[in-house]
Design a protein around this ligand. Structure first.
Ligand code: ASP
Length: 441
């Protein structure tokens, strides 16, 4: 396996994991074996990635900002990032709504199918859990998300991995470092620079384990699918979501080609390990360290840009999620609440899906929780909510995997665009885990 490129190793791991999952699904006791003996290795891998995410954001952002040497650049970078994020998210939602209104996957679904899905999932713990989480999210004031950006105790924020709070703190430290005399700032800047190098090396080392971890993660996903019949009934809806996501990736590639003047294929090749991990973990937050490593070392984006744009993006920019929310909301309405399908409601969906993608956590299934809020914003009858979620629940995990790929690709694309616009996109200098190994072996 040594000479194979990383993304091939990961793909092989995934394919073997899927096959293994199917085999175990058909063997008595197979599911238990996978969840007891295989799945923990996937969990360990995700834990390791989460372990380094916080020091990585902190170090790379503080070091990056203090390198900028010009506070006005931070403002320009922040503004451009937010504008492009909002722009791409709006495009994603519009693509989703156009597809679902054209193909109409929910029109004509038979009563028998609806009844079957309802019976199986309406009272499912997973569906109930989403509804509970959504109502907890709603019981806060409108400016609560803004208040939440400002921490009172940074140790607590670091411990709880509160991304936006950490970003705020890092920006604050970085800007203050710029404002003190250079000789005073240097020791701290050097410290964070060194920390950044170390954590980047840790990413390389963790990635050596990636092909085995995705094997475990994929086997675990496969054993969770039990009702393939319902899965097939929902294929048209799933195709709409996947089709929309593919179009969105196509849109990113156009931006990469036209604005960043880079080859789309080269871009995909460089970013693919992050995409494959996004797919296997369904979490852009867990994937973040790898996305940062790929974007900095393999796409050539400077730290000060990637250190800001990527962690912010992982939290607030979820194009895949908002595209999915548009399609899922309209699909559910087509099936059980067609009278709600008005033009005004679709406009409200655009606005709320945009806000919902900002508010969604970068973890598995977060998009489905926020879908509840999107539906409630258009006056969807509350008693139909569990049925609505039940309708899409069976295919949610595979779609979550696909939309997370788009979320991560979107962040990487935007970081390239912002870097290009600031003259911070350079020829990449990839590092390998064993660059210094000979000397210490
Ligand atoms: N799993 C997605 C992410 O982490 C969020 C979602 O759409 O559920 O990006």
């Amino acid at each position: 396996m040594k000479k194979l490129a990383l993304h091939w190793k990961i793909i092989i791991g995934m394919v073997l994991g899927i096959l293994f999952g199917f085999i175990m699904n058909s063997i008595i006791g197979g599911k238990g074996f996978v969840s007891d003996w295989i799945s923990p290795f996937g969990e360990i891998f995700i834990n390791l990635l989460k372990l380094i995410a916080v020091p990585l954001i902190l170090a790379s952002l503080i070091k990056g900002i203090s390198d900028l040497k010009d506070i006005s650049k931070i403002k320009t970078m922040g503004l451009r990032t937010i504008i492009i994020y909002v722009g791409t998210t709006l495009i994603a939602i519009i693509i989703g709504l156009t597809i679902v209104n054209t193909i109409q996957p929910g029109v004509g679904m038979s009563e028998a199918t609806i009844e079957k899905i309802k019976l199986k999932y309406e009272n499912d713990a997973g569906v109930k859990d989403k509804l509970v989480k959504a109502s907890a999210q709603q019981n806060t004031g409108p400016l609560q998300p803004l208040i939440d950006i400002f921490p009172t105790n940074i140790i607590k924020s670091l411990g709880e991995a509160k991304m936006l709070q950490i970003i705020f703190f890092a920006l604050f430290v970085g800007i203050s470092l710029l404002l003190i005399p250079e000789e005073k700032a240097t020791p701290l800047v050097k410290f964070f620079d060194s920390l950044n190098e170390v954590v980047m090396k840790m990413v390389d080392l963790i990635m050596l384990f990636a092909p085995y971890a995705v094997f475990a993660l994929m086997a675990n996903v496969i054993i969770a699918f039990d009702d393939t019949e319902i899965l097939l009934k929902l294929l048209q809806y799933a195709f709409c979501v996947v089709g929309g996501l593919v179009l969105m990736i196509g849109f990113y590639l156009i931006l990469v080609k036209v604005y960043a003047k880079k080859s789309p294929l080269w871009f995909l090749k460089q970013i693919s390990p992050a995409q494959l991990l996004a797919f296997s973990t369904s979490s852009s937050a867990a994937t973040l360290p790898v996305t940062m490593e790929r974007v900095e070392e393999h796409l050539g984006v400077d730290k000060e840009v990637s250190g800001f744009v990527l962690p912010v993006g992982a939290t607030v920019n979820m194009d895949g999620t908002s595209l999915y929310q548009g399609i899922a909301a309209v699909f559910i309405m087509q099936v059980i609440w067609p009278e709600g399908l008005t033009f005004t409601n679709q406009l409200v969906i655009i606005a709320t899906a945009l806000l919902a993608s900002i508010g969604s956590a970068a973890v598995p299934s977060a998009g489905m929780v926020m879908l509840v809020i999107v539906l409630e914003s258009i006056g969807f009858p509350p008693e139909l909510l569990p049925i609505g979620l039940a309708l899409i629940f069976a295919v949610d995990r595979p779609l979550d995997m696909c939309r997370t790929v788009v979320n991560v690709t979107g962040d990487a694309t935007v970081s390239m665009l912002v870097a290009k616009s600031l003259g911070k996109l350079h020829d990449p200098k990839p590092k390998n885990w064993d660059d210094n190994y000979e000397g210490v072996k």
